[in-house]
Design a binder for this molecule. Structure first.
Ligand SMILES: [Fe+2]
Length: 355
């Protein structure tokens, strides 16, 4: 069964080990300022908050002498880069979802990179054949359901969500969001335009409410009894199950069951967070070095675990919580092919009147 993921041979690792690694990295941070002058710098635009990735970046600095300056840009990195043009300071961009990464490529804000390290570490389906974007962590788009009101064997596939028996029972976020665009694009790749159009129309018909909210809001809506079925990214399971700051989210997560769809055919849609080197990077070589570092074993384990995601590099251990959701059969379609269908996916939602 070599179709069961290419994330193979991963071992279960202890939380203690991750913690040790974080402490080691934090210890090395002290060295970075003196070392930084020697290696120059790299400027990063990141959708992920700096405090989450700082230990990772400090270890990079300790190893290479390259200082990393981070600007946290939650949304609108592309808009900002277009406005800044050649004057922009970004060398490397870290963002999420193939729909966003490919939008950068189409808008010509990334430059092609050729790197034997990146090609060895990152499976081909998780990177652009032209080297403009590279996946660094992976997440699956799963179906979640009310354990009280739905039996898990009633749904096996994304396509099952169009069954009229779910009328008034499904919640999703807006079709304008990249997670929704990419999922429909993956259906176009697997089944063609006609089936994908039918999916958009069929799911829209079954909606319990106007599309709204983020992934966690869909789970909350199940908890509140507003709907019975929703689509979310896997890492939100971890973010809710272990949310000490907002413990009510643990209650939301406790009422849902999890389905990895299409396990008996093409597999579950897997998307990425990733990066690309800015077209006008002034520190291009350092940006490539940072990308290469992020694709290596140590960083892969740490970076994926920090957000309950899957490493893209085969053989790297999964966070124990992520491991607890189970190994699964992933859709192995190349994300570069999925990316090509995103513009059509937008049209199909539009034609379906899916807001
Ligand atoms: Fe997300």
């Amino acid at each position: 069964m070599n179709r069961i993921l290419t994330f193979t041979n991963a071992r279960l690792i202890g939380l203690a080990r991750l913690l040790t690694v974080a402490i080691m990295a934090a210890g090395m941070a002290g060295l970075s300022e003196t070392a930084a002058a020697a290696g120059g710098e790299v400027n990063l635009y990141s959708y992920r908050q700096e405090f989450l990735i700082r230990p990772l970046l400090d270890k990079f600095t300790a190893e290479t002498g390259i200082a990393v300056n981070v600007q946290y840009v939650k949304g609108g990195i592309l808009k900002r880069m277009r406005e800044e043009g050649e004057a922009g300071v970004a060398d490397l961009v870290l963002t999420a979802d193939i729909a966003t990464l490919s939008q950068h490529a189409r808008a010509d804000t990334f430059q092609p990179v050729k790197s034997a390290v990146l090609e060895a570490n990152i499976p081909a389906r998780f990177r652009d054949p032209e080297g403009r974007w590279f996946g660094l962590t992976a997440r699956a788009r799963i179906i979640v359901y009310s354990k009280d009101r739905v039996k898990p064997d009633e749904i096996n596939t994304y396509e099952d969500l169009t069954d009229p028996k779910w009328a008034g029972r499904i919640c999703t976020r807006s079709s304008g969001h990249v997670y929704m665009k990419s999922l429909l694009a993956s259906i176009i790749v697997a089944k063609g335009e006609e089936v994908a159009q039918g999916w958009a129309k069929g799911v829209k018909k079954n909606l319990a409410r106007k599309p709204q909210g983020n992934d966690r809001a869909q789970v909350k809506a199940i908890w509140q009894g507003e709907c019975d079925i929703a689509l979310i990214n896997t890492y939100y399971l971890g973010k809710m199950q272990f949310n000490e700051a907002e413990p009510e989210q643990k209650e939301w997560a406790a009422v849902i069951g999890v389905i990895f769809p299409n396990r008996d055919d093409r597999g579950t849609h897997v998307n990425i967070s990733g990066g690309g080197v800015a077209k006008y990077a002034k520190n291009r070589d350092n940006a490539v070095k940072l990308l290469e570092f992020l694709s290596g074993d140590w960083a892969q384990e740490y970076y994926a675990a920090s957000n309950y995601e899957y490493p893209v590099k085969p053989g790297v251990a999964w966070h124990p919580a992520v491991e607890s959701w189970g190994r699964f059969h992933a859709d192995e379609a190349a994300l570069s092919e999925v990316a090509k269908q995103v513009p059509l996916a937008i049209k199909l939602y539009d034609r379906a009147g899916y807001r």
